[in-house]
Design a protein around this ligand. Structure first.
Ligand SMILES: [Ca+2]
Ligand SMILES: [Ca+2]
Ligand SMILES: [Ca+2]
Length: 326
């Protein structure tokens, strides 16, 4: 029995070494999300684009010029309803309600990829890095991986198998969004994953020439169709769909779990459990501040009996809870 298991393990080893990411829309295990999915609760309502060159090594050709910013707003419209970024171009999107980090993916990006008629498992995709910000100034990139070999340049009409790329937008054909889960972005004190106000897409140049190349999170050159010396050069943004936002989710319920005040009611010592505790303020029922502390234990012993509000400032934000003193 043990021998049979080890043979099975060895048979599986090559597949484990060659990381396979989710396959194309319609295949088992695909993460593609159709534009009509009921998971989408909102769409981007603002977009600004800084166009990149049509061909980064030939500035005289000028910048990409297909489409306009408004075409990235609202629901996906497909092939022609896009704004083209050009080599290294950047699109920054905003939303009516901030995106928050709910269960699973939190938003999805739509591009206008299409299948290769000769090789149906391959797609013409122009990919982009995805970054998020909760202040519009500090942006944090999803760790993206490309296992597309980079010894030979994919030419301007080169195609990619979606299983080779992860956390790039876009991985899927038109009308199928690539989902992004905020849990996959590294935590940073300058990023509040429950209040994402901006999503940014940065075109992958795609050249394997080290002078112009862009690199994935593992330091590998990202091989992407190049050159594309025409108006629709680079990533073609169709839409960004929101799955979790503050208008549809009560993140205060989530925040309550990460801050605990006990016992309640309290007689003398109130314990404060919170990540990165910064300040504890105690208010009476008429809103007067009666105590402040930076400690995890608050002495209620001298306070009169009654109801108090304890405001905790910590890494998760500011949370206020009602405490009864006996
Ligand atoms: Ca999430
Ligand atoms: Ca394009
Ligand atoms: Ca569009």
């Amino acid at each position: 029995m043990i021998k049979r298991i080890s043979i099975l393990m060895m048979a599986m080893l090559p597949a484990m070494l060659w990381a396979q990411f989710a396959p194309a829309a319609g295949l088992p295990g695909s993460t593609a999300m159709h534009a009509d999915s009921s998971a989408f609760v909102a769409w981007a309502t603002g977009c600004t684009v800084e166009r990149g060159l049509q061909r980064i090594d030939k500035p005289s050709l000028g910048v990409a010029n297909f489409g306009e910013e408004a075409l990235a707003l609202g629901k996906p419209g497909g092939t022609m309803d896009v704004v083209s970024l050009g080599d290294g171009g950047v699109a920054t999107l905003t939303f009516d309600s901030p995106i928050c980090n709910g269960e699973g993916p939190d938003f999805a990006v739509f591009e206008n990829g299409f299948a290769n008629a000769q090789h149906p498992d391959e797609y013409f995709l122009e990919i982009a890095f995805v970054e998020v910000s909760s202040d519009g100034e500090n942006f944090f990139r999803f760790p993206a991986v490309s296992n597309v070999p980079f010894e030979t340049q994919l030419n301007g009409s080169g195609t990619i198998v979606p299983t080779l790329i992860h956390n790039f937008a876009s991985k899927y054909e038109a009308f199928y969004g690539t989902p992004f889960d905020l849990d996959e972005v590294e935590d940073n004190e300058l990023l509040n994953k429950n209040r994402i106000t901006h999503v940014r897409l940065v075109d992958v140049v795609g050249s394997i020439d080290p002078e112009y190349a862009t690199y994935d999170s593992e330091g590998h050159i990202v091989n992407d169709p190049f050159p594309t010396p025409f108006g629709s050069s680079g990533f073609d943004l169709d839409a960004v769909g929101v799955i979790h936002d503050l208008a549809h989710n009560d993140v205060s319920e989530h925040e309550k779990e990460v801050v605990a005040l006990y016992p309640n009611p309290v007689k003398d010592q109130l314990n404060v459990k919170a990540e990165n505790l910064q300040l504890v303020e105690v208010f009476n029922v008429v809103g007067q501040q009666v105590m402040t502390s930076k400690e995890n234990v608050i002495d209620f012993g001298l306070l009169m009996q009654g109801v108090y509000f304890v405001r905790v400032s910590c890494g998760e934000g500011v949370i206020t809870k009602r405490i009864v003193k006996q």
